[in-house]
Design a protein around this ligand. Structure first.
Ligand code: SF4
Length: 231
C-alpha cells in the first residue's frame, strides 16, 4: 500500500496535500485486506509462478477523460498478464471497440508488451485481485473500493466513466457518493454524476456475448455515444 508518512518532528517533509493524512492510492503487491483473495492469489503463485498473480493496476492515461471500470481481473487474463482485460476474450471485444472509436492506438495482441496505447482513456477494476469464479464477495468489493476511489480521484480531467456490469456500476456509484436508487443499472443508461457522466454497459465477457446478452453492436453503441458526447 502506498502511504505518505508524516511526523510532527519534521514538518518540512510533509507534502502539502497529504498533511495529516494516510493516502491510500494503489494496493501493495501483497495486499492482505481480503484474506480469501490473498489466499487465492498465493495458490495461483504456487501453481503458475510465471504469471503476474497480484493486484492489477489501472492501464492508460491518468489525464484521460474516459475511465472504464471492469469487475475484477480474470484468472487467465489480467491476473496472468498484469494488464487489465489483456489475454482473455473480454479484452478482444473491449480493445477492438476502443481502437474503433479512437480511445486506443496500435495493435492489440493480448500481451502487455504489444505496444497498444490508450488515448484519452484509462481502464481499471472495481476489485483489483482475481476472485474465485469471477465472483468477489460484497465485503471484498467494499474493501477494495478505496483503491477504485483513488483511481477516480487521480484523474483531473475525468468526464465519462463506463461501468461494465452491475457490480462495477454499484461500486462506482458508491465511490462517487451517489445513491443506487438515483441511478439504477441498465445497459445503455447514462447517469449524471456532477461534472461527469456514468455510462452503463453489460460486461463484455464471453458468457454475455455467447448468450447474446451483449452483442458487439450494443457494446459499440455505448462507446459511440461517449465519443459523440466528448467531441
Ligand atoms: S481485492 Fe483489493 S483490497 Fe482486496 S486484497 Fe486485492 S487489492 Fe487488496
Amino acid at each position: 500500500m502506498t502511504t505518505i508518512s508524516t511526523t510532527k518532528d519534521n514538518p518540512a517533509r510533509i507534502p502539502p496535500l497529504a498533511a495529516g493524512a494516510l493516502l491510500r492510492t494503489e494496493p501493495d503487491r501483497n495486499c492482505p485486506l481480503c484474506p480469501r483473495l490473498a489466499a487465492f492469489r498465493e495458490a495461483a503463485r504456487l501453481r503458475e509462478p510465471e504469471w503476474y498473480n497480484a493486484p492489477v493496476r489501472p492501464f492508460g492515461d491518468p489525464d484521460g477523460r474516459l475511465l472504464i471500470v471492469g469487475l475484477a481481473p480474470g484468472m487467465q487474463g489480467a491476473n496472468r498478464t498484469g494488464r487489465p482485460f489483456t489475454g482473455d476474450y473480454a479484452g478482444d471485444l473491449l480493445y477492438a471497440t476502443l481502437l474503433e472509436y479512437g480511445f486506443a492506438k496500435g495493435k492489440y495482441q493480448a500481451r502487455p508488451d504489444d505496444g497498444l496505447k490508450l488515448v484519452d482513456c484509462r481502464i481499471g477494476n472495481a476489485v483489483h485481485c482475481v476472485p474465485p469464479q469471477n465472483k468477489p464477495l460484497p465485503l471484498e468489493i467494499n474493501t477494495c473500493r478505496p483503491f477504485l476511489s483513488a483511481i477516480i480521484e487521480s484523474m483531473p480531467n475525468l468526464r465519462a466513466i463506463v461501468a461494465l456490469g452491475r457490480i462495477a456500476h454499484d461500486s462506482t456509484l458508491k465511490a462517487l457518493g451517489i445513491r443506487g436508487s438515483a441511478a439504477p443499472f441498465g445497459h445503455g443508461a447514462i447517469h449524471p454524476a456532477g461534472a461527469r457522466k456514468l455510462y452503463d454497459s453489460y460486461h463484455c465477457s464471453r458468457y454475455n456475448t455467447n448468450t447474446r446478452v451483449l452483442t458487439p453492436e450494443m457494446f459499440r453503441n455505448v462507446f459511440a455515444k461517449i465519443r459523440a458526447d466528448l467531441d
